[in-house]
Design a protein around this ligand. Structure first.
Ligand code: MN
Ligand code: MN
Length: 311
């Protein structure tokens, strides 16, 4: 692994981060580039594990951090706060991402692909097409799964026509019409597998998919879990709040937003704590530290911009 260029997505990996890292590796191999290796920065979540089990393939190797001078390609993120420990001293030779660019800087030129699509895999899909490289079943299913996950079955407001047409539709052509229908059902199963939250402690729940931001000196975390029953998750509200307050104290945070997203009805309930909840209250009235955000499912396109605008 020492001499290889490492390909990885963000911490608290989601399905796009894991699948797109693996797809980039497959794309490189098919393109004759053998000096890269896909790795990951954290545990594989249940949703992603569902995909890997379906394909009977192993997750990329886990790494703790990167050493000085290590060559890396960042997938599905660019902000250093979401990247590997030691990233400041690594050599970033490429980025493939669909998020805002923030707190990012390099000393040398690099390949940077940024597209405002709903999923990193949609960008990779276009890379396959552009290079004229055949998409086979494994990468097709990895990409379809990432797209289904990031766009919540193409329903999230982050979904673009590229995800719909160029992405999911043509990927389905690779998989085959019949199997792709089965795949949509599988997609729902996959999303549901990710909503099985019972095994997690409150501390784990608030860190499952947490992203850190710093804006004008305001230290903020926005965490998100998917569920088919907000009510179910709220049964643990008291303990969740305790875990959130511990996290705030431990990391000197000003604001922690925990979004519980109902993937079936496309709404979110948030719990907001910290000394800057006024940021949220500029848009939503908090009652009992909570607000119901009708039609809100996307952290990137809906929750984060609201927080940023109010800071
Ligand atoms: Mn992601
Ligand atoms: Mn993504």
């Amino acid at each position: 692994m020492e001499n290889k260029i490492l390909i990885f997505g963000h911490k608290n990996p989601d399905t796009d981060t894991i699948c797109s890292s693996m797809v980039k590796q497959i794309l490189n191999e098919k393109d004759g580039k053998t000096n890269t290796q896909a790795v990951r920065l954290g545990n594989v979540n249940k949703e992603t594990q569902y995909v890997l089990d379906y394909l009977k393939i192993e997750a990329p190797e886990l790494i703790e951090g990167v050493k000085e001078g290590q060559e890396v390609i960042l997938i599905d993120h660019n902000e250093f706060s979401q990247s590997a420990d030691g990233i400041e001293k690594a050599k970033i030779i490429g980025v493939i991402d669909h998020h805002r660019i923030a707190n990012f800087q390099t000393t040398e030129p690099l390949y940077y692909t940024a597209r405002p699509y709903g999923c990193t895999s949609t960008i990779l899909f276009k890379d396959f097409k552009q290079k004229g490289i055949e998409i086979e079943k494994t990468e097709a299913i990895l990409m379809a799964s990432a797209i289904i996950s990031d766009t919540l079955l193409l329903k999230s407001p982050t979904t673009t026509s590229h995800d719909k047409e160029a992405g999911a539709f043509e990927i389905m052509e690779v998989i085959g019409k019949e199997e792709s229908l089965a795949r949509i059902k599988k997609g729902i199963e996959m999303l549901k597998a990710g909503t099985d939250l019972d095994d997690f402690s409150e501390e784990e729940l608030i860190n499952l998919d947490a992203k850190k931001f710093e804006e004008n000196g305001v230290k903020c975390v926005i965490a998100q879990v998917n569920t088919v029953s907000i009510e179910d998750v709220l049964k643990r509200k008291e303990k969740l709040e305790e875990a959130i307050n511990n996290e705030i104290e431990k990391n000197n945070l000003n604001l922690f937003v925990f979004a519980i997203t109902d993937i079936l009805n496309s709404n979110s309930q948030i719990i907001a704590l910290g000394n800057r909840t006024d940021i949220i209250e500029k848009s939503y009235k908090l009652e009992d530290n909570m607000a119901f955000l009708e039609g809100v499912v996307s952290r990137k396109k809906q929750i984060l911009p609201m927080v940023e605008k109010n800071i």
